[in-house]
Design a protein around this ligand. Structure first.
Ligand code: SF4
Length: 382
């Protein structure tokens, strides 16, 4: 299989974007550095493609130290593809609670079900079959193919883009088509050279060394060039232009959004609702809430409650305010205890009355989870 992959890579007759001798020196230096300095991460102690896949999906948008306990808990609860394919949706959402971007976890379950149906439950080792799984793009397929199966498949994520643009002095925006294609070619050139070396697992280690260098040494701000194993071949370092690469477009300013959540209590139970499919945070649970253009006053809250429940509250009282940033939104969510006797949500909303203990078993988005933690610390008068 690996030979086939390599033959595919070779037969493309790549127009090598970088000097071959330079690339061989880079590969040697990166492999030696990774062997000496790689962090001991739990998913690096296995070659199980399932465990590596889980780590790669969790690591998207999330830092290593946050992912470790999630990954360990996930592998304890769902140790293999079959267990993920069979898990109830609430279980996978609860295990993912706090990581955000929940489409990822739903795609993982669809992919597991596809592997059971089409690959007899065995994670496929062919690059194209990995890429065909839901939620797996070119980067993730390359990461799994190289790390789990030591295939010379390239990778390109934010860390690798930063390393390659600085090393080779690539000044175009990495998101532009031509520059992006060139970066993929460079990544492929390096991993292909690593495949030609005689040591074991070199594709796995070369790709991980690029990720690791970007995470630990070639950081976005103040890269630690004096500790870098490839500085003698680095264009950005030699020319004193590390802050010019990568040439990304400036980020758009985050948009502020204001929400109010209604905490409606009936003795020891609270009213919560499940978000429908097809929207962000689909299938997660939350307190009924409403978005406002500006900080809501009493009449705004009354109007929102009438829209949500068909009646205005007898009184509202602020409980807590939580702030949360997701994608380009900076969300401020204020929870109000609302006295709404006989409250019932409008039709089409899937809702329940739950005790605190029952709510803690349901998956909530991060902002509402913070309200839940606040509720657990106080006693709300009924
Ligand atoms: S020398 Fe500096 S800029 Fe160049 S790859 Fe190393 S850390 Fe990054």
């Amino acid at each position: 299989m690996f030979g086939l992959i390599f033959a595919t890579v070779s037969s493309k007759k790549l127009q090598l974007p970088a000097n071959a001798a330079t690339c061989r020196a880079l590969v040697r230096a990166l492999l030696a550095w990774f062997a000496a300095h790689a962090r001991d991460l739990p998913w690096r102690r296995t070659r199980d493609p399932y465990a590596i896949w889980v780590s790669e999906i969790m690591l998207q948008q999330t830092q290593v130290k946050t992912v470790i306990p999630y990954w360990e808990r996930w592998l304890r609860s769902l140790p293999n593809i079959q267990s993920l394919a069979d898990a109830p949706p609430q279980t996978i959402h609860k295990l993912w609670e706090g990581l955000g971007y929940y489409t990822r976890v739903r795609n993982m379950q669809k992919a597991a079900q596809q592997i059971v149906a089409e690959h007899r439950g065995q994670f496929p080792d062919a690059f194209d079959s990995i890429l065909a799984l839901p939620g797996i793009g070119r980067y993730t397929a390359g990461a799994i193919a190289s790390i789990a199966f030591n295939q010379p498949a390239p990778i390109l994520d934010g860390n690798v883009i930063r390393v390659l643009t600085r090393l080779f002095g690539i000044s175009g925006n990495p998101k532009d088509k031509v520059t992006n294609a060139k970066l993929w070619q460079l990544s492929e050139q390096l991993v292909t050279i690593s495949f030609q070396t005689t040591a074991a697992d070199t594709c796995s280690q070369l790709n991980q060394s690029l990720m690791e260098l970007g995470a630990l040494i070639c950081t976005p701000k103040q890269p630690k060039c004096l500790a870098c194993p490839v500085r003698s071949n680095c264009v950005a370092y030699r020319t004193g232009r590390t802050d010019e690469f990568p040439a990304l477009a400036p980020r758009t300013a985050p948009t502020a959004r204001l929400f109010a959540a209604f905490i409606i209590q009936n003795r020891h139970r609270y009213l919560v609702q499940q978000r429908p499919s097809g929207i962000v945070n689909a299938h997660l649970w939350e307190f009924p809430n409403f978005e406002f253009p500006t900080a809501p006053g009493a009449s705004d809250l009354n109007h929102a409650a009438e829209t949500l429940f068909g009646q205005a509250p007898q009184s509202t009282r602020p409980l807590c305010t939580v702030k949360h940033t997701i994608t380009r939104y900076r969300i401020t969510l204020t929870a109000f205890h609302a006295a709404l006797p006989n409250a019932a949500p409008r039709a089409k909303t899937k809702s329940r009355w739950c005790t605190l203990a029952e709510m803690q078993k349901l998956p909530f988005p991060s902002a509402h989870q913070k309200i839940l933690k606040h509720l657990a610390q106080i006693t709300v008068p009924a």
